[in-house]
Design a protein around this ligand. Sequence first.
Ligand SMILES: Nc1ncnc2c1ncn2[C@@H]1O[C@H](COP(=O)(O)OP(=O)(O)OP(=O)(O)O)[C@@H](O)[C@H]1O
Ligand SMILES: [Mg+2]
Length: 436
Amino acid sequence: MDTSGNSAFPPVPNPASSFRLPVILSVVLGLVTLAVIVGLCVYVARRMKLSIVTEPVQPKPSPVIKFWEADAPTMQKFFLKLAQENPVRFTAQQLCTFTENYNTMLGRGGFGSVYKGQFPNGVEIAVKVLNRGPNKSIEEQFMAEVGTIGRTHHINLVRLYGFCYDQFMSALVYEFMENGSLDKHLFSDNKKLEWDKLHQIAIGTAKGIAYLHEECKQRIIHYDIKPGNVLLDENFAPKVADFGLAKLCNREDTHVTLTGYRGTPGYIAPEFMLKNFPITYKCDVYSFGILLFEIIGRRKNTNVAGNSDSLDWFPKQVWEDFEKGKLMQLTEACGIEEKDRAAAERMALVALWCAQDSPDMRPPMSAVVKMLEGGVEIVPPPKPFRYLFAVGNDVVRAGSGSGTGSGSTTSGGTNSYWYKETTPVMAKYEITVASV
Ligand SMILES: Nc1ncnc2c1ncn2[C@@H]1O[C@H](COP(=O)(O)OP(=O)(O)OP(=O)(O)O)[C@@H](O)[C@H]1O
Ligand SMILES: [Mg+2]
């Protein structure tokens, strides 16, 4: 029998092999099904375990790139520019790095938010990220203003190191002031600052503003003098902050008050209430006077309601006590020690001069410095705050022409409208200069 399969007939089917194929197929199918079931069980078990045991989510590290490690020449260039005292342009990424992703906010004001940061060399900075309103300034205009602010240097002005300007953000990079703003020390419950320190702060602040008004190539009007804009360094030496911002940021967008004028309520000069009245640098002198009242009283001038003609308005009380010859008693009631009361009384007179209704009647800041420092005899001030009782051009104009708007001396010699020059020794012994 030929079993080789080479016959002419088709091979006879082997009954054993025809039975094996379906068996193999069903075994494979069974194994696959089993694997799928086991897989499903494992998956469900894991899900159930996860829903019972919630593991803590690890915070993602912030995407901070230490660009200076990669780009040392750029940093060198930057420090060189800083040394040359020109403002430096930073990128948004650099500011993000300096502030460690904006993780420490120092405060928020009318222009934007302020964050603490550090340059790679360890110098601490404050980064002010500006609000961008609909009237955002164009890049060139922004750089022109920043250029002016950045090149304005004085020991009593906060230094601007640089800025950032791109499609999405505008920011300013300032020197960091360890002791923050004066308002926090003046109005806090634990008022630790000695009166003498406050006196020095007043003089330093006046010198900073005098520099802006009288010594800069282009006069800079601040428009927002208040304790919040006087910053204190590690020794509590004062520096005026935010000068030049009014022009840079189009202040109307950020500091609109109920009556529609600029500045911070409570510190704004009365001329802002009048339509078409020229606003000059003397508006800063008025606000500085209001700040002086707050130093004397160590309290906000206005009550919570901010009603400046209420009986509780401290400057009005100072005027009334001055009229009655009771300034000494007032300083005592303010908790000022006897040894400091003469300087405090002097400060009250300066404040009354600064807060005169008519801008011309207010002394220029260089005169304010002299008057605060002593060594000159302050002329008794006329009545201020008449605008509180009758608003109108006449009130603010009253006295115009009698004072010297320019702040120069009135009648030759060294005496001015606001003070008489004396030397401390002559004053001590009540010796007067002979007039022939
Ligand atoms: N250079 C700085 N160093 C340290 N702290 C600062 C610096 N600049 C601002 N600050 C802090 O940030 C706070 C907010 O400042 P910001 O100038 O934005 O507001 P403001 O002074 O209250 O109001 P305004 O917008 O009218 O100036 C300040 O009160 C101060 O505590
Ligand atoms: Mg400020």
